[in-house]
Ligand binder design. Structure first.
Ligand code: COA
Length: 385
């Protein structure tokens, strides 16, 4: 029985900053951002958006009444949780109007947990093939103004339906997960911004990619030639290039150049949005499927990485008609509004963060279908508009 990704949808915020403008304001050569790091634009998050509103917005795009009836479980993968106890999946389930007879849970392991959600969902669907799992990877990547990580911020959510007889990607049985206790990136409970050793993190990422790919190749006997393309977790788009080149080792043959071209296609959307943490690999997959040379029957590799650290390499086979089961990311990105660096800084500092008092946000300016209206008696108030 084939199990895998049946439908995919992406949502981000409606504003962005241009990173050439940010570079100029920060006194940095813009080529460092656009070429050295590989980012052109970055999603800007108004105080009225968080992982719940972003996650609900992405999930809403793939729900129909029939799909909603088949759902057994909603899993939210995030490292931008809005509560230390209650799962964001419950808020999202409520906003989407889903039936109460649905399991709701949140998973955490930095940028990796979206892949854990996919694998757990596969298990649930194997047990009950007539049911589907809604998996949502939603995050706000926040490093702080004027920090080296600022250019690698971003925000958004990818929602995926995992089911039997999937329309997008049938996941193959072999997957290799790999974890080690590493302090490359973490966020203590009292902090709204992550602590990161960026260069170290980059090296650990490459190390984990090489280890998981090598073990996958040992187990399956497959070579790089067996992949039409590989989608990577992209904290910034240059990261995918660093990892791919680490295994290509200067090769210049047809296979190597195909993988390079497909990587470029997979980076298109991340260049415009920035890091999605848990959703980043899956936005990269959507970008590859919508901008790359992909035909049904192709095998795609997926490399997931989360600091702390955990990696996983797995693969899937592209299904007939896959293009009809993906939301129109290019259209959504084209509809965003550019804001100035000054506006971005104001919105960045206006986030709810760790504050305890009651607050009411002005939701008029936010045209998103779901908004965070504020906080009352320590409870977040969400609205559907
Ligand atoms: N023109 C073109 N390229 C330029 C440049 C210019 N004017 N100036 C610098 N660069 C290149 C550098 O050569 C470097 O390329 P390389 O990595 O291929 O060697 C790249 O731009 C980045 O420059 P660097 O000086 O290393 O940047 P930095 O010290 O500001 O740190 C990160 C970059 C990504 C480490 C930092 O943004 C960060 O910590 N991000 C968050 C953590 C993260 O995303 N980790 C990834 C693993 S999950």
């Amino acid at each position: 029985m084939k199990i895998g990704i049946d439908k995919m949808a992406f949502a981000s915020t409606d504003q962005y900053i241009d990173l050439t403008e940010l570079a100029e304001k920060r006194g940095v050569d813009p080529n460092k951002y656009t070429i050295g790091i590989g980012q052109d634009r970055q999603a800007v998050v108004p105080p009225t958006q968080d992982i719940v509103t972003l996650g609900a917005r992405a999930a809403q795009k793939l729900l129909t009444p029939e799909i909603a009836r088949q759902l057994s479980t909603v899993i939210v993968a995030t490292e931008s949780g809005i509560d230390n106890s209650k799962a964001s999946a419950i808020y999202i389930k409520h906003l989407l109007g889903l039936d109460d007879y649905v399991r709701t849970v949140e998973l955490k392991e930095a940028c990796y947990s979206g892949t854990a959600a996919v694998q757990f969902a596969r298990g649930l669907v194997t047990l009950n093939p007539q049911e589907s799992v809604l998996m949502i990877a939603a995050d706000i990547a926040r490093y702080g103004l004027n920090t080296p990580g600022e250019v690698t911020q971003g925000a958004g959510a990818v929602a995926m339906l995992i089911s039997a007889n999937p329309h997008v990607l049938a996941i193959e049985p072999t997957s290799v997960a790999y974890s080690r206790d590493v302090m490359d990136f973490w966020r203590p409970l009292y902090a709204t911004e992550a602590l990161v050793d960026g260069k170290y993190s980059t090296n650990v990422y490459i190390d984990f990619f090489k280890n998981t790919l090598a073990r996958y190749q040992q187990r399956t006997g497959r070579r790089l030639a067996d992949f039409a393309g590989i989608a990577f977790h992209l904290p910034f788009t240059k990261m995918g290039k660093k990892a791919l080149e680490a295994v290509l080792q200067g090769r210049n043959d047809e296979v190597a150049n195909r993988l390079r071209a497909q990587l470029t296609a997979s980076q298109t959307y991340s260049r415009q949005v920035g890091n999605l943490y848990t959703g980043s690999l899956y936005l990269s997959l959507m970008s590859l499927l919508q901008n790359g040379q992909v035909t049904p029957g192709d095998r795609l590799g997926l490399f997931s990485y989360g600091s702390g650290a955990e990696g996983e390499f797995y693969s899937g086979i592209v299904q007939p008609g896959f293009a009809n089961y993906l939301s129109d990311v290019a259209h959504d990105l084209a509809g965003r509004r550019q804001v100035t660096v000054a506006e971005y800084e104001q919105l960045f500092n206006g986030q709810l963060g760790m504050r305890e008092d009651d607050v009411q946000f002005d939701t008029q300016a936010d045209g998103a279908p779901f908004v965070l209206a504020g906080q009352k008696d320590h409870q977040r108030i969400y609205q559907r508009q």
